[in-house]
Ligand binder design. Sequence first.
Ligand code: GAP
Length: 511
Amino acid sequence: MQQKDDNLKDIISHAKEYGFVFPSSEIYDGLAATYDYGQLGAELKNNIKSYWWKSMVQMHENIVGIDSAIFMHPSVWKASGHVDAFNDPLIDNKDSKKRYRADVLIEENIEKIRQKINKDVAKGLKRFGDDFDVEQFKATNPNVLRNQAKIDSIEDRMRTALNNEDLEGVYNLIIDLGIACPVSGTKNWTEVRQFNLMFSTELGSVSGDASKIYLRPETAQGIFVNFLNVQKTGRMKIPFGIAQIGKAFRNEIVARQFIFRMREFEQMEMQFFVRPGEEMKWYEYWKEQRMNWHKALGLGEKNYRLHDHIKLAHYANAAADIEFNFPMGFKELEGIHSRTDFDLKQHQELSGKKLQYFDTELNENYVPYVVETSVGLDRMFLSVLSSSFKNELLEDGKTRAVLSLPYALAPYKVAVMPLLKRDGLPEKAREVMNLLKFDMNCIYDEKDTAGKRYRRQDAIGTPFCVMIDHQTLEDETVTIRNRDTMKQDRVSIQELNTIIGEKVSFNSLFK
Ligand code: GAP
């Protein structure tokens, strides 16, 4: 854990040093759990958005994208259930005065038991190598079986308590498990209470309940209320999807771990409207599709796992998370939810407007069912950044900080450099820059030695450096250096666009 915490600290300081992420309002000592994306962070974020948008909207004939307002009519949140049910169960430690999410404390306890199982498996693997049958060991080893039974029993109690809104049951579980506050080390807890996560504000100049509105806690509702607008104007036929990228706001009590849990964040959500009764087929389809989308980035297949929800949100009949191996362990990156017809039916009831679809094949009107995919953009950013960041030991004994970002996501695709600041090399380098900049984001760098410049580009993840030297002036060739192999090749200027363009395009990811 120590190693992991240090790793996160290194990533946070690297992100700040190179202009990826800054604490918000830093000159006033910052604002808790709020961050600003700097000049490189904004580029990386935009590239992640493009990867998502292209794969959803451009690659699917039956998915379109919208951009709805953050402010919505207050009835939206009544209908969606967020006013009554968008709560977190909280518990305070009376000694440290620290506040925790009760379900997270329990899940962390489960994770500790799971680690014990993993340790036993690792021991077996070390001892018997390839001959070790992990599945058989898990099914027969008494230690593993005992620990798995413990996990099952805790999950069972937690599921029952949370689904029944039984806060005393959640409290009893924390006490029975002997969970102590990580700060004070004591088990001196308050009772568990519910806390609504929505931020509210007032519209216009009138104060009071009549003008109370909320900052949206999910982008999904902007899609639901536009379901008919889009279906009719886009002549969409079921099954079809509506995608959206935008800000969401939650008054998270336990907001920590850098950009993992923030109070203002961005979501990339897609609601897929299907025939009633076909939702589980599409739920399975989207779980697989979304997992493949993540894995195509090449951040390591072992870094992902699926986790079925213990407590279903008030709108879902099935839900799973795609979890990523973040510096602080496996945590939720994306949620895939089967939302039934809950939202459309609720809006239909409260607005008094029909939100139905006429299925010409079935000759029938119905309220469609919905399968949702919802991924946090900031969490995607952290998954990409944390798995790409390395301090690499080189053959000469020195180290280099390198961000091995997927090429298509890198803020700059190429750095153009003159070897010297004279002899007409800067002018030639500008010419090369002008040739490339229409197709890809380039950076010009002429300061310091070539070695230092290469290191600077490695640290921000630039996949290619193009060096203009005296030979360039004679034969129109340059050297091109690869970030990962550090190998240099001599190629003609005319070829640059094709060589680099192919490697950095999104096509390589979609393939
Ligand atoms: N519309 C469904 C929905 O909002 P969710 O599981 O609450 O579902 C979806 O959120 C995704 O949004 C999460 O998987 C996570 O990536 C991201 N997310 C949620 N809360 C967040 C927060 N406080 N900070 C950053 N990302 C968050």
